[in-house]
Design a protein around this ligand. Structure first.
Ligand code: FE2
Ligand code: FE2
Length: 421
């Protein structure tokens, strides 16, 4: 691989290059990609993809390029079948035990809640087996690969696929303390970097944070996956509203704003894909919670933007600052472990490829002469970059409230202001 990397550097290759089955330094049973960055340097990337949506559903996988979706009926039916199977598997193979393992019940209330949950799961298990016996539901086969990445086939003898056991073990050791995140947020507010907000917005924000603490205690990657799933919704909402105003003929100067929001959504999409490749979307329950929350959140923000864009941006600023605090705490608390892990391929492509047009488009606080060009050598760099991305989102959301975002857009144009006065 060194030879290939040297050759590509010598020949001035600037585009990302993917190699399949050719990474000598990483022992693999199956196909594994490597990446040559925009400087021609070889980057070791994470071979394993632990996501529910791995393979063709992951960006930058060859088989996914340029595909268009089937019609909505077919998509909906396919999704229903795959999620029904995943729901049945989660009940029959006791996926929920991974939540109780991460958060063993401590007090009488949580013990009672777990007992009620277990009774409900046992009941659903009986119902599922009865429906299967009556041939209403298809026979449920064991998963080919468990949530821990262990193959179930008899020939493999229950091996971990792709020799990724070390990475899997390390990912499970990553920690995040809810209290430390709150301490960080309060310290920031004492430093005068709090967000001024009306009480009712603050109330909704605090409820969302408490829900995250409750659902994802000691499950940081799953928490980040949930957060990134809903984090894209404001940008979808704002783009939808700006499109609507343009279609009505009410407001056309929003075109530049749409570009920033699209670049931010593109950024959040990559954060989401990174969390998926680390296994954040594996549990059926987490996917159910995140995707329903995302739909509700999208419609709430549409309504809020309709009545007050300032309030909608204010709410987003709160959420983005919460993301900064959460990722910042996570990076500091897991520095050593994160530095021992390679980045996922999707992160390498996003931060280190030649085409940075979309990346540059949401850097509202950086000058074009000194653009932000982050490193991406380890998972530590990846999470640090995400934290810094979130801080850019905070700045944009703030600039949108006091309308200074227009000046930022003009200041960042490569050719400066287009009209001299
Ligand atoms: Fe994000
Ligand atoms: Fe964000």
């Amino acid at each position: 691989m060194d030879d290939q990397a040297t050759k590509s550097k010598a020949s001035g290759v600037q585009q990302p290059v993917f190699f399949a089955d050719s990474v000598a330094s990483v022992s693999m049973d199956e196909e594994c990609s490597a990446f040559i960055d925009r400087d021609g340097d070889f980057m070791e990337v994470m071979c394993c993809d632990y996501g529910f949506r791995s393979g063709a559903s992951r960006m930058y996988q060859e088989e996914n390029d340029g595909r268009i979706p089937k019609n909505a009926f077919q998509l909906g039916w396919d999704n229903f079948k795959s999620e029904l199977r995943a729901l049945r598997q989660s009940i029959r193979f006791d996926d929920f035990s991974t939540i109780s393992e991460a958060n063993p019940p401590r007090g009488p209330i949580s013990r009672a809640a777990y007992s009620v949950g277990q009774v409900a799961l046992d009941g659903l298990d009986v119902v599922d087996r009865a429906l299967e016996a009556a041939q209403v539901l298809e026979p449920l086969r064991p998963r080919a690969v468990t949530l821990d990445g262990v193959t179930q086939s008899s020939e493999s003898g229950g091996k971990l696929i792709n020799n990724c056991s070390e990475i899997r073990k390390k990912l499970k050791q990553l920690k995040l303390s809810n209290k430390a995140v709150w301490d960080r947020e309060h310290a920031r507010e004492r430093d005068g970097r709090g967000v001024e907000t009306p009480w009712f917005i603050k109330g909704v924000y605090l409820s969302l944070c408490l829900l995250l603490d409750f659902l994802f205690e000691n499950r940081p990657i799953q928490r980040f996956w949930f957060l990134e799933t809903v984090a894209r919704m404001p940008y979808f909402s704002y783009i939808s509203m700006l499109h609507l105003y343009e279609s009505f003929g009410w407001w056309r100067a929003g075109a530049e704003l749409r570009k920033i929001h699209f670049a931010e959504e593109w950024n959040e999409l990559h954060h989401l894909q990174i969390m998926e490749s680390l296994g954040g979307d594996q549990l059926w329950f987490d996917r159910f919670a995140a995707q329903h929350a995302a739909i509700v959140y999208y419609w709430i923000l549409l309504g809020l933007y309709f009545f007050s864009p300032q309030l909608a941006y204010n709410f987003s600023e709160l959420i983005e600052y919460h993301a900064v605090d959460t990722y910042g705490e996570f990076v500091d608390a897991n520095e050593e472990l994160l530095k021992s892990l390679p980045p996922p391929l999707v992160a390498a492509v996003y931060y280190r490829s030649q085409d940075l047009y979309m990346f540059d488009s949401f850097q509202t606080s950086q000058s074009i002469q000194n653009p932000r060009r982050p490193s991406c050598k380890s998972l530590y760099d990846v999470f640090k970059n995400i934290c810094e991305d979130e801080l850019e989102h905070v700045k944009t959301m703030k600039a949108c409230q006091d309308e200074t975002v227009g000046q930022d857009i003009i200041a960042r144009r490569e050719d400066g202001p287009r009209i001299g006065l």
